[in-house]
Design a binder for this molecule. Structure first.
Ligand SMILES: [Zn+2]
Length: 201
């Protein structure tokens, strides 16, 4: 995906429609800076803004990602290319997220242990001791909660029976027994309970 080409395309379509950057920003309810970032090829519009942006510019989503108006006969091929690329981007993002999960989980656990250790072994008043334990527990709960949230949304879980891939609810991830990232959950497709592996594709 060529961000520069996409940016130039957005810019030229906007000018064609005789809309300024700030007018476009206002229509999308975002800052002028965001528009200029897209147009300079620094980043892509957020998924949430894309449909309205395309409507305003009078282009298809496929045109947007191709950075040009796609000829009807090339449409399907371009669409496939763009979808493939989007999948790759999501995979890469999911990979980074899952790495972050480890960092958050690890940091929260270590902080918790250090605070509990200090509270248990160092001389101090009772209230300070209680405060340290409470703060430690909050950090731990927050860290684990966020790590689980990442694990829920990044990638998919694959059913061990029917190989159906799905994104589970936060609740089911939270309560599921697990070994690493493999969790015992109920498959929404075949209804069987089993150990479902985390997969990125
Ligand atoms: Zn299944």
């Amino acid at each position: 995906m060529d961000l520069i080409k996409i940016g130039k395309f957005i810019s030229s379509k906007r000018k064609e429609k005789d809309i300024t950057q700030s007018e476009l920003a206002e229509k999308l309810n975002i800052s002028d800076r965001a528009i200029s970032k897209w147009e300079n090829g620094i980043c892509l519009p957020d998924a949430g803004n894309i449909p309205i942006l395309c409507e305003i510019l009078g282009i298809t989503i496929n045109d947007l990602f191709s950075g040009e108006v796609v000829d009807m006969k090339d449409n399907e091929k371009k669409l496939e290319e763009n979808l493939l690329e989007m999948t790759k981007i999501k995979e890469e993002k999911d990979k980074q997220l899952l790495a972050l999960e480890y960092v958050i989980g690890f940091t929260a656990s270590v902080t918790f242990l250090i605070l509990i250790f200090i509270a248990s072994y160092l001389e101090m008043g009772t209230w300070l001791r209680i405060l340290l334990i409470v703060v430690g527990s909050i950090i731990f709960a927050f860290g684990v909660g966020n790590a689980l949230k990442i694990e829920q949304v990044a990638g998919y879980y694959e059913c061990s029976d029917c190989h159906h891939k799905y994104v589970p609810t936060y609740q089911s991830v939270f309560w599921a027994p697990h070994m690493g990232r493999t969790r015992k959950m109920k498959c929404p497709n075949c209804g069987k309970k089993g150990w479902h592996k985390k997969v990125l594709k």
